[in-house]
Design a protein around this ligand. Sequence first.
Ligand SMILES: NC(=O)c1ccc[n+]([C@@H]2O[C@H](COP(=O)([O-])OP(=O)(O)OC[C@H]3O[C@@H](n4cnc5c(N)ncnc54)[C@H](O)[C@@H]3O)[C@@H](O)[C@H]2O)c1
Length: 264
Amino acid sequence: MSYLQGQIAVVTGSGSGIGKAVAEALCQQGAHVCIVDLDATRAAEVVEQFKAKGLRAADYALDVSNSRRVSEFFTSVEETYGKLDILVNCAGYAATSLLDEMDDEAWTRMLSVHADGSFYCLREAAKIMKKHHYGRVVNISSLAAESGMYGHVHYTAAKYAIVGLTEVAAKELGPFHITVNAIKPGIIRTPLGEQGLLANGVGERFERVTPIQRIGEPKDIARTAAFLVHPESDFITGTSIVVDGGFILMNEMDTVVCESLRQV
Ligand SMILES: NC(=O)c1ccc[n+]([C@@H]2O[C@H](COP(=O)([O-])OP(=O)(O)OC[C@H]3O[C@@H](n4cnc5c(N)ncnc54)[C@H](O)[C@@H]3O)[C@@H](O)[C@H]2O)c1
């Protein structure tokens, strides 16, 4: 039997990429998923695609960095569905800039979408979940919060903030049977990935230095999220799971030795 039958889930940023794949995985396990995205058209298209596959979902346009709108949205979720079982905080974007060239606006916007947005959604979801003594929360962080990423000081700070948020929430919400975990994806083939780290044809180079020898796919993150939100994943909380095919393990020495051995 589908293990999320009858459950209600909110997945932010599910108009594209990782969020969309997570939403589909949860739908396939029987959850009714609220497809939440800044881009209303994308969210509506995802719902149409899911419905064509017989999956249950509804679309909502929301900027997660707007505290008042987030609060109104979760109130409407509670009014419509009577409960909330799952929240996946996935909305986000990436940008590059050297730190001494970054303006205040770029810094503030990045922190406000990733850190503020995850906090606002988690806070409002927690209010509903606590009433029902059940919940599963997954926050999408990044490998940038494993070791800060060059040219991404605002993104790195925001993704570390998500890890901090995850740890404190896990402590406070654990007594209510609410688990809170983070995923740190490596390089994943999505519109964000293609426009960022995978631009300029460097994908092959990343594949070569990744032990699993490929770029990640959205389904790699979706499967991890689907595992974390399983009702029986009830003793895993406050942790951050790296999903990167082993990429972060490799250092420059490994790469040099590996390349010289493969030439032999
Ligand atoms: N792709 C990667 O390599 C990678 C690696 C590590 C972490 N991540 C993280 O995964 C998450 C999803 O990224 P993706 O690669 O699927 O990107 P994506 O661009 O395919 O999807 C991101 C979605 O978030 C939405 N969004 C952006 N700002 C929003 C806001 N303020 N409110 C609501 N929705 C908003 C966008 O409209 C978009 O549909 C992001 O948090 C990203 O930082 C991605």
